[in-house]
Write a protein that binds this ligand. Structure first.
Ligand SMILES: [Zn+2]
Length: 157
């Protein structure tokens, strides 16, 4: 944590307190560069879940914080050169993020998120939907892709 007085990056914690609700920890620090004091506050990033990456059986699952920007990028790739307005993609990502906050979801699998995106894309653009489905449902042969396309066609017609 950079010192606000001199910019040095080394400091020592001299006091730690938490607020009555135990939602915030304040640390009083002394800068090792200029000896002046400053405070830092630590809190949980509210409402956003950890994403559990699906792994092959036998390999422990990996968890990482939900990253809206990363999700946004992955959707944009599926939407490349499709007539999808940018605000529609923003709304899809915002909708997923606010769903997590509203439901206070602590943990979600990457597959469940993929399914939410797929449902959203299906309403927006079927080509983008199929592209996303190929990657995130791990459709790894043409028959699986054809089945998915058949499912789309049956749903629309
Ligand atoms: Zn300093």
């Amino acid at each position: 944590m950079r010192c606000p007085h001199c910019g040095a990056s080394q400091s020592r914690v001299v006091d730690t307190t938490s607020d009555p609700n135990n939602e915030e920890i304040r640390r009083r620090r002394v800068c090792l560069g200029c000896d002046q004091r400053f405070s830092t506050v630590e809190s949980v990033r509210a409402g956003l879940p950890l994403v559990v990456k699906d792994r092959a059986s036998g390999i422990p699952a990996r968890r990482e914080p939900f990253d809206a920007e990363k999700l946004h990028q992955s959707i944009l790739i599926a939407c490349a050169k499709r007539p999808i307005p940018a605000p529609a993609v923003d709304r899809l990502v915002d909708g997923i993020e606010s769903h997590f906050r509203a439901e206070n979801i602590a943990e979600i699998s990457s597959r469940e998120i993929g399914q939410m995106v797929i449902d959203g894309l299906h309403a927006l653009d079927e080509i983008a939907y199929i592209r996303y489905a190929i990657v995130f449902l791990e459709l790894d042969d043409l028959a699986a892709v054809r089945d998915e396309i058949d499912r789309v066609l049956n749903r629309t017609n």
